[in-house]
Each structure stands twice: as C-alpha cells, then as structure tokens.
Design a binder for this molecule. Structure first.
Ligand SMILES: [Zn+2]
Length: 239
C-alpha cells in the first residue's frame, strides 16, 4: 500500500520477497516525480495502480538513486522522462548489453560483475528473463540537478558514500524530506574498502542537511534523529 507522508509526498514500501526497494512519489502543481524505477514491469505496475487508486497523476519524471538492478530494471516500463547521474547511466549502458541466459549469468558471477544475492533475486522476480530490458536515462547530470515541480522543489545530488559511488539523494526542500536510496548501506558488490571513512563522511553530511523525514531504499521511513542514531551505532560497531 502506498504510504502518504504529506499531501505532496508518498512512497510504496519495499518488499523483501524479490528485494523490491521503496518507490517514491512527489506531487508538484505541474509535474510529478517518481523516485527509483523498481525492479521490473510488475513492480512498476503495482506502483502505478496504487497511484491511480489514490487519484494521483502518472509521473512525468522518474529519477534513479543508483545503478543496482532493483532500482533500475523497471525503467523501460515507465512512460516518463528518466533522470540519472553520469556514473549511474554508464552502468545502465553497460548492463543494457547483458544477456540473461544461464551461462551469461553464471559468467558474471565468476568475473564479479554480478553477485549471488542479486542474481538469485532476479531469477525469482523474472520467471521469463527474456523480459528484462535495461534502458539508459533520458537526462544525465554530473553531480547536481534541481527540479521545480511546481510549488515544490527537488534537489538531486550525488553524494556517493559507502553503498555505491553513484549514490544520489532526492531532497525535497519545502517538505524537509529526503529519499536516500541505499546510500547508507554497505557495498555488496565491491566490498567495504574505506567503509568507516565513507560512513563517517556521510553521517557528517546528513547532520548538516535540514530534513525531518528520510526514506531509505529497503526499510520504512524514519526521523532524522532515528536515522543518525542507527548510523552512529553502525559506525561504532564497524572496524
Ligand atoms: Zn543498492
């Protein structure tokens, strides 16, 4: 079910069955923005059905938080202008050439371009992997982009961090709300080199950002205080 955070901000919560992340929705007076594209056309369909049910307009834009499959493979099923940072888009272009037969998937596990957890989840989400179609973004930015949706602004900013170098956050200024994608999590693909330093830098940045509510990729929304408490605990436990 779509969760309403305000008259302007909604999200569809994550689902761990096939590792579907939370999908965000920002309703401006002129344009609507979807945050993250979901992991498949079925995921997108669930989201757009929920929007229709809540009498919310189909999104005009869809912004990606980072390149991982669960946040991007739904892109080809969304009839909206897509936005990604350059680093994310480079990965989308690379993945758009991937084959999905058993042999190609096995080969990617061998050479490290994919990981077992994601590979297993892709098999679960896609009974027919011929349906997988990875599409690069329409609008590509380097580090920052500001979207005026009409009466509400979204500041899109690449912050990198421990999870992935291309991690981008979507900060809705007027509502003091930020969609973080997976930027606070560990890096499942390339290991946790400099994890502590990256996490510390991220915590320092988030402390300075003026927000009250945040939505992470794979859990329900939290207050700034609760998020920072979790991250400080994580930092204290890391070596
Ligand atoms: Zn991720």
């Amino acid at each position: 079910m779509l969760t309403k955070l305000s008259n302007r901000i909604y999200y569809l919560p994550n689902n761990t069955d096939t590792d579907r992340p939370a999908l965000g929705y920002i309703a401006g007076n002129q344009y609507a923005l979807m945050i993250d594209a979901g992991n498949s056309s079925k995921h997108v369909q669930l989201f757009t059905q929920q929007l229709a049910h809540a009498n919310l307009a189909y999104p005009n834009f869809v912004g990606i938080t980072h390149w991982h499959w669960d946040h991007t493979y739904g892109l080809s099923s969304i009839d909206a202008v897509s936005i990604a940072c350059r680093l994310t888009n480079a990965e989308l272009i690379k993945m758009s050439k991937w084959c999905w037969d058993d042999e190609a998937m096995h080969q990617r596990l061998q050479d490290g371009s994919d990981i077992e957890f994601c590979s297993d989840m892709i098999i679960k989400e896609y009974p027919n992997r011929k349906e997988i179609c990875i599409k690069p973004a329409d609008i590509v930015f380097e580090d920052e982009l500001k979207l005026d949706l009409g009466g509400i602004t979204c500041e899109i900013k690449r912050i990198g961090g421990p999870h992935s170098e291309d991690s981008v956050i979507y900060y809705i200024t007027e509502e003091k709300t930020v969609f973080l994608g997976d930027c606070t999590y560990e890096d499942l693909y390339y290991g946790n080199l400099f994890y502590r330093d990256k996490l510390k830098t991220l915590i320092d940045y988030l402390k300075t950002l003026d927000f009250e509510i945040c939505i992470q990729g794979h859990c329900i929304h939290q207050s700034k205080k609760a998020l920072l408490q979790d991250l400080e605990n994580e930092l204290a436990q890391s070596v």
